[in-house]
Design a protein around this ligand. Sequence first.
Ligand code: NCD
Length: 301
Amino acid sequence: MSGLLTLRGLSRPVLGDLLDSAERYGKQLEGRDKESSELAGVTVTTVFFEPSTRTLLSFQKAAAHLGAHVMSFNPEVSSLEKGESLRDTVLTLSALGSDLLVVRHGGVGVPGLVARWTGLPVVNAGDGRGEHPTQTLADALTMRKHFGALEGLRMGLVGDIRNSRVARGHLWALPTLGVDVTLIGPRSLLPVANPWGVRIETDLDSALEGLDVVYLLRVQRERGAAAGFPSVSAYASRFGLTQTRLSRLHPSAVIMHPGPINRGVEICDAAADGPRSLILEQVANGVPIRMAVLAAAMGAE
Ligand code: NCD
């Protein structure tokens, strides 16, 4: 594997190997000796054009645990402000000795362009509405650890599916891993096409009880999603995981969200902070999965 731009087309064994490798790294992180030298001498550069907390920091931490040098490019204080183009910027990062780029950008397909321009392995850390492959893998790892297996799990992706790169990554990979995915949202926030052939529902209440995993998505206001919905309270009452809905979940069901969460909109406090919430486990699993992806992208695994 050279870089990771998309999960589309990856086979079950390839996805399974990444999850297995992440589990091994997870065990390593729990032990006393957390560091390895697998990527010693390798320079990993993070190139983030959109805000990030967990994705950026977990990539940096993952690279550090593998013994890599980490450079971090910040567009706001860079020569982009002086008119340098994106292509010249990434060629500069390559000339500075980057061996692998981790790219987040608002434009769909930009990580692929960067890979073409530089010839370097690129890991997609979120491209607009495109995909967010490592979030999907972190979530698959979280579910596999919690339930023991992915095959047959019934997952509802709830909310702004149309604008969600997280949902798109899930749709390309989770059915391959045996997860039964249903999309649940208002028509204005559902995808225009359904190339995955998954079930689609517009009523959360009728779909809720049959789910093992309720996966909530943030309404992507920055991508124009609010236009399709009259008000935050109208959204919360139809698609938010409220206290009432929480009490109707299957006894073993869990709640997931990629973060950042908007409390009182897609999720109530009791759901976010309660015992069914895997939200912080998803964050924690972001580190070993990114170790697995970086190692694989550099041919170390
Ligand atoms: C998501 C993203 O940026 O795609 N967050 C994340 O990386 N964990 C989801 C979001 O912003 O809603």
